[in-house]
Structures are given as structure tokens and as C-alpha cells.
Write a protein that binds this ligand. Structure first.
Ligand code: XMP
Length: 529
């Protein structure tokens, strides 16, 4: 295991992912974690970046005993400065914050040919991503320079005798093209981690863990949405405890076209999961009537979801209790609630909080447990999305579902910019399904991280035959993103856009104009609301 100590950098989770991608288990913990409180023995430690400066009054610092463990430590950006701060180096403010690409020259050490183990095989120079306001002005004693840039003479350091390393740049981001290899060098060659973290191993262990937790009797209920996470979680539960798991899908009226039927077909018929679909669209749409404010929409949908889910759960509980009383072949009472929580959510809740602000509330079912007296089971809480996808493939979940773009809990309600009505939902569902269909036909779906249509609450003038029209506008969005924290808009071939636009304006009543959103995140967000 690699322990990643998080000092609040927005990239910390990426470091964890890079290790996992090399089949090395890595766990992220807040930088304030005390080594004596960790219940495993890491083979190496990575110190993340941070929005702080090491000399700030409230700057976070690592438990100094990490330096006595004798295991390899790699400091990234602030992590490097933290090593210097602890071991007697000097850090100063740069005149200008450095943000962007830089070339790092790898220093020759010892003989002509040799470079430090961290850079072995990575060439003489590398393009890297920098994002820092401070930099090292004096390395700590007993360290030597293993890489430098034009502006940073101490861009990479290593200790003369101990396995301690520090780098000023960010190898974890995709803007450092060979950064992944550098992290691999650290965890494999230097830390000598075993590459035994695979989904094949995970399935077996997790199924027996679920069986141990759930015991011989007792049922589990859980919500499914048709998305990857809840489907994989449901299938895993089904594999572990069969019909003692009961899935509930709530049709909130703001799903994509035919979504509820499709989920039913797939989960129930193809995967054999015990599923109830509840059509609560009237209730949701009536509560959403006249509401435009996005956070208000999210709140209404979240709360209504809880009401409907609890009602359905109560029915399942009542039926289970009846069966229990009747005795024969009873599967026990409902005791557990399944949640498809992923590791990024866990990280979000445990990570060291620098000065950050909530832009949007994304919690969809967070309130479920408050009223229900159920215990929580979260089989995916150690996994990143790409790991969940790999797991889904192993569980024979159909490829189109495994590769599916994310879909927000509040659904089309946050893609209809004005008030949500059944009529507006129908228009958007129709336009969205044409958009996605054409993307799939052009074989572009897997190159895009998320694509969807947005219905604007404005009317524009158009012409059809000899008639003037006055109708609504559809905006198309497609982005590529690693983790949705940042995103770039997708460059479509013009003919694909032309076909999509022509089909939407011809086939969707109420739309006479289509635009393509060319904003990146930041400063825009992925969704329009
Ligand atoms: P933004 O718009 O914040 O979106 O750039 C980033 C990712 O989050 C999704 N998103 C949501 N997901 N409930 C969700 O489950 C929400 O309220 C919500 N809002 C945004 C968005 O689709 C994108 O994948």
C-alpha cells in the first residue's frame, strides 16, 4: 500500500489513481493523520500539493515521524517544500506564481550515463506541469539536485543516502505526459510495491465480505438509477446474496427517454436483479412546478426521492415482516441500505480542506439514512470510476452501460433552464436522444466524457416554409474530462454537428435553433445549472 497524505491539493485524488492504475493499492488520508493511528504498514508515502505556503500561520504539516519510518517518501510541490521545511531547507515566494508547462532537465549524477532511479528511462528532459507560488531556494542538507528547470534550480531533489525525494512539478496531471511513468518508478522500483490490486481479486474478496456482513438472513435494499455505479453495486449484491437484495428505481419524471423501461429490462430481465420500478413522475413534476432556481430544483428532487424511496422501502419491509411471521423460507427483515458511494466521495469527505467553496450541491441520496433505521453497505467505496467500470465488465454488465456517461441525480431538471413541465421534459428528452443516437452512430461516444442537450428558456425567430416561427433553442454540450473538475469542450467533425442540428430542428416540435457550447470548465461548469 502507498499512503498519500493530502494537504488539500485539487490533484491529490489523481495521485491515488495513478498508483491504482499500476495495480498498486493506494489510500489517501488527511495530512494531519498521525502515523501511530494508521492501521497498515505503507511501503511508501507521497506528500501532495497544497494551496498553502509552508510558512503560513495555519499551514498544515506532516507528522514528523514519517521521516523516521525508513520507507521511501516522495513530496510533490508543497510536499517537496514540506520536506525542506522539516529537514532544514529553505522555501521562498516566487516573484510570479508559476502556472503552466515547463521543461525539466534531468541532472546527470555520478557517471555520465546515470540519472536518479526516479527518472530512469524517462529521457534527458520532460515536459511537466507546474502550479506553485513558492519554491525551494536552498535544499536541505544531504540532498542533491536531480532535476532543474529554467526558473527552478531545485525542481527535483533526492537525499544522498535515504529514499527521500521531492519534485516541484505535478506528475499526477495529464499535462505532465510522462508523469504517470515517474509515479510508477517511485511506487514500483523505489517502494517495490506488489502489483496485486486488480478487480478480479476484488470481486471475490468483496462478495465474501458482503456475505460475512449480511450473514445468513436479513435483506438489503438499494436505489438504482441506470447509471454505472448503482448497476454495478446492485449486480454485486445480487451475486453475493441473490434475492435478499431488492433494488428500487424511482422514475422522477426527469429521466432520459425510455430510461425506466430500459433499466427494468436490463437489471431485471438480463441481470436477474430483484427490482421494483416506481413511477412517481406526477409527484416530482407537481413539486417542481414553477421552480427555476437550480439549488431549489436539486433540493426538491432530493427530498422527494427520499419520500418515495422510503415509502417503497416500507412496503418491502412490511412484506418481509409478513413472510417472517409466516415462517417458511423467510429471508429475514430489511436491515441494510446499499449505497453506490465511490472513493472520490469518500476522499471528498475525509480530505484536508484548504480554502475551497461549494459551487453546486451534488448530494443525491445523502439524506436517506437519517430517517431509516438501516445500516449502510457500500461495496464500491474503495473504488474509482474506472475501477467500477472494470468491475462491471467482469460482472457481465453490457458494454454500453459500463461505458455510459454520467447522468446527474436531478436529471433533466437541471438541463431545463426554465420551469420544468412535462411538455418541456418531452422536448428535451427527444432532442437529447437524437443527439446521443447520432454521437453513437458516428462512433464518438467513447471519446466523449459527457454529452447532453440543454433546453433554453428563450424563444428565437426562425422560418419554416413561408411561415415565421418563434420557438425554443437547444444547446448541445459535449466535454472531455479526466475527473470533471476541469473539462474541455469536444471538437466534433462538422458533418456530425450538421446532422444533429438538422435532425433536431426537423424532428423536435418546438425547437427551431441549435447551438453548440464551446466553454471549458473553468470558467463554465459542465452542466448549465
Ligand atoms: P459541474 O456542472 O459541476 O458537473 O461541472 C460536474 C459533474 O457533476 C455532475 N453533476 C451532478 N451530479 N447531482 C449529480 O449526481 C447533481 O446535482 C449534479 N450536478 C452536476 C455533472 O453531470 C458532471 O458530470
Amino acid at each position: 500500500t502507498i499512503l498519500i497524505l493530502d494537504f488539500g491539493s485539487q490533484y491529490s485524488h489523481l495521485i491515488t489513481r495513478r498508483c491504482r492504475e499500476r495495480n498498486v493499492y493506494a489510500e489517501l488520508m488527511p495530512c494531519t493523520t498521525l502515523i501511530k493511528d494508521i492501521n497498515f504498514k505503507p511501503k511508501g508515502i507521497i506528500l501532495s500539493g497544497s494551496p498553502y505556503s509552508v510558512y503560513d500561520k495555519d499551514a498544515p504539516h506532516v507528522d514528523p515521524t514519517v521521516f523516521e519510518l525508513g520507507i521511501p517518501i516522495l513530496g510533490i510541490c508543497y510536499g517537496l517544500q514540506e520536506i525542506a521545511w522539516n529537514l532544514g531547507g529553505e522555501v521562498t515566494k516566487c516573484d510570479h506564481r508559476e502556472y503552466g508547462f515547463a521543461e525539466i532537465q534531468i541532472n546527470k549524477i555520478g557517471g555520465e550515463e546515470s540519472v536518479d532511479a526516479l527518472f530512469e528511462g524517462l529521457g534527458e528532459e520532460m515536459q511537466v506541469w507546474m502550479s506553485h507560488g513558492d519554491q525551494l531556494s536552498q535544499p536541505p542538507p544531504d540532498f542533491h539536485v536531480i532535476g532543474h528547470t529554467r526558473t527552478a534550480p531545485y525542481a527535483a531533489l533526492a537525499h544522498n543516502t535515504k529514499p527521500l525525494y521531492g519534485i516541484q512539478f505535478h506528475p499526477e496531471v495529464t499535462h505532465s505526459p510522462r508523469g504517470k511513468e515517474l509515479i510508477a518508478k517511485f511506487i514500483l522500483s523505489i517502494c517495490k510495491c506488489r502489483q496485486n490490486w486488480t478487480m478480479e481479486e476484488f470481486i471475490g474478496k468483496e462478495i465474501s465480505r458482503i456475505r460475512d456482513i449480511c450473514g445468513e438472513k436479513g435483506r438489503v435494499i438499494g436505489a438504482v438509477s441506470g447509471g454505472v455505479d448503482s448497476t454495478v453495486a446492485a449486480k454485486l449484491m445480487h451475486e453475493a446474496i441473490g434475492d435478499r437484495f431488492h433494488a428500487i428505481m424511482v422514475d422522477n419524471g426527469v429521466l432520459r427517454l425510455n430510461e425506466a423501461q430500459q433499466v427494468n429490462e436490463m437489471l431485471n430481465k438480463d441481470l436477474g436483479v430483484n427490482l421494483t420500478v416506481v413511477d412517481a413522475s406526477d409527484l416530482f413534476l407537481s413539486r417542481l412546478e414553477g421552480v427555476e432556481e437550480p439549488e431549489q430544483k436539486r433540493k426538491i428532487i432530493g427530498n422527494t426521492f427520499i419520500n418515495v424511496f422510503e415509502e417503497e422501502a416500507a412496503k418491502i419491509e412490511a412484506a418481509a415482516d409478513e413472510e417472517e411471521k409466516a415462517g417458511a423460507a423467510a429471508k429475514g427483515r430489511v436491515e441494510w441500505l446499499l449505497q453506490g458511494t465511490l472513493y472520490p466521495d469518500v476522499i471528498e469527505s475525509i480530505s484536508f480542506k484548504g480554502p475551497s467553496a461549494t459551487i453546486k450541491t451534488h448530494h443525491n441520496v445523502g439524506g436517506l439514512l437519517k430517517d431509516m433505521k438501516l445500516k449502510l453497505i457500500e461495496p464500491l467505496r474503495e473504488l474509482f470510476k474506472d475501477e467500477v467500470r472494470a468491475l462491471g465488465r467482469l460482472l457481465s454488465i453490457p458494454a454500453p452501460l459500463v461505458q455510459r456517461h454520467p447522468f446527474p441525480g436531478p436529471g433533466l431538471a437541471i438541463r431545463i433552464l426554465g420551469p420544468v413541465t412535462r411538455d418541456q421534459v418531452n422536448i428535451l428528452q427527444h432532442a437529447d436522444s437524437i443527439y446521443i443516437e447520432e454521437i453513437r452512430k458516428a462512433d464518438l461516444y467513447d471519446q466523449i466524457s459527457q454529452a447532453f442537450a440543454v433546453l433554453l428558456p428563450v424563444k428565437a425567430v426562425g422560418v419554416m416554409g413561408d411561415q415565421r416561427t418563434y420557438e425554443q433553442v437547444i444547446a448541445l454540450r459535449a466535454v472531455q474530462s479526466e475527473d470533471f473538475m476541469t473539462a474541455d469542450w469536444f471538437v466534433f467533425p462538422a458533418d456530425v454537428l450538421r446532422r444533429i442540428s438538422s435532425r433536431i430542428t426537423n424532428e423536435v416540435a418546438g425547437i427551431n435553433r441549435v447551438t453548440y457550447d464551446i466553454s471549458s470548465k473553468p470558467p463554465a461548469t459542465v452542466e448549465w445549472l
